[in-house]
Design a protein around this ligand. Structure first.
Ligand SMILES: [Zn+2]
Length: 243
C-alpha cells in the first residue's frame, strides 16, 4: 500500500529514500493525551514503521474534548490500548506496541533504546525529567511539547548532548504554570497544534532532513504567533554535564 504515502514521497525533500527511512523507524510516544493523540495519528498515517505508545492512564470523559483518538465508548479504558486500536484501524501496516504502565527508569531506558526518536507530550514535570534523562543517557533525539490555556511550546533536543542543551537545561525545576490542563483549562485544538508540530519535526528527523535543535518555539493562539528563544546549555546541568 505505498499509494498511501505517494503525496509525501513525492516531495523532493522526502522522496522514496526518505519514506523508506521513515518506514524503518521506531518512535516512542510518551503521553497519549491531546498532544500524543495528534502526534500518534500523524506518525501512523505517515508510515512510521513502529510506534511505542506509552501512557498508564485511562480515558476520562473530560479528555474527549481534545483527545481525538477516543470516543465515549473508551471512557474508563486504558489510553495506550484504545489508541493502539484506533491507530491500527487508520493504518494496519504500522506496528503498534502498547505500554500502559508507569515506567521505571530501567523500563524507560529499555523503551528509549528501541526508539530512533522520543516524543514527549506528557502533562507533568516528573515524567518529563525522567524521559529527558533517559534520552540523554542513550543519546536519543527528544522532541518535547506542552500546551496549556491558549499557549503551546515545542523544542527538539539532542542527539549530541555533549554539545547541545537538554530539557533540564531549560527547566531546572517543575514550572507549576505549565503543569496540567485540569487546573488551567486549554483551548481544544492547541494541544493538537503542538502534537502536529512534533510529528512534523519527527518526520523531518527520521527521513534525514535537518531539524533545528536547542530552540524553544512558543505558540500564542491569541495572537496567532510563533516566537523562538535560544536554549542555552547549562554548565552545571545535573543531567547533560555528565555526558
Ligand atoms: Zn542539560
Amino acid at each position: 500500500m505505498m499509494d498511501r504515502y505517494a503525496r509525501q514521497s513525492a516531495l523532493p525533500q522526502i522522496g522514496e529514500d526518505g519514506q523508506a527511512r521513515i518506514g524503518e523507524s521506531t518512535a516512542l510516544i510518551i503521553g497519549l493525551g491531546g498532544i500524543g493523540c495528534a502526534t500518534a495519528s500523524y506518525l501512523a498515517c505517515a508510515g512510521v514503521g513502529q510506534l511505542l505508545l506509552c501512557d498508564f492512564d485511562t480515558v476520562d470523559e473530560s479528555n474527549l474534548g481534545r483527545q481525538t483518538l477516543y470516543g465515549p465508548a473508551d471512557v474508563g479504558q486504558l489510553k495506550a490500548v484504545r489508541a493502539a486500536s484506533r491507530l491500527a484501524a487508520m493504518n494496519p501496516d504500522v506496528r503498534l506496541t502498547e505500554i500502559p504502565d508507569r515506567l521505571s527508569d530501567a523500563a524507560l531506558a529499555e523503551a528509549v533504546s528501541l526508539a530512533d526518536v522520543v516524543l514527549d507530550g506528557c502533562d507533568n514535570f516528573a515524567t518529563r525529567f525522567q524521559v529527558n534523562e533517559a534520552a540523554v543517557l542513550n543519546s536519543t533525539t527528544l522532541i518535547s511539547g506542552a500546551a496549556i490555556r491558549l499557549e503551546g511550546q515545542l523544542a527538539v533536543f539532542g542527539p549530541d548532548y555533549r554539545k547541545a542543551p537538554c530539557y533540564r537545561c531549560l527547566y531546572q525545576e517543575a514550572d507549576e504554570s505549565l503543569e496540567s490542563c485540569s487546573g488551567n483549562g486549554v483551548l481544544s485544538p492547541v494541544p493538537g497544534v503542538i502534537g502536529t508540530m512534533m510529528a512534523v519535526e519527527a518526520l523531518k528527523f527520521l527521513s534525514g532532513l535537518d531539524v533545528e535543535t536547542g530552540t524553544l518555539n512558543l505558540y500564542d493562539a491569541m495572537s496567532t504567533e510563533w516566537r523562538k528563544l535560544g536554549i542555552r546549555k547549562r554548565k552545571n546541568c545535573p543531567v547533560c554535564r555528565k555526558r
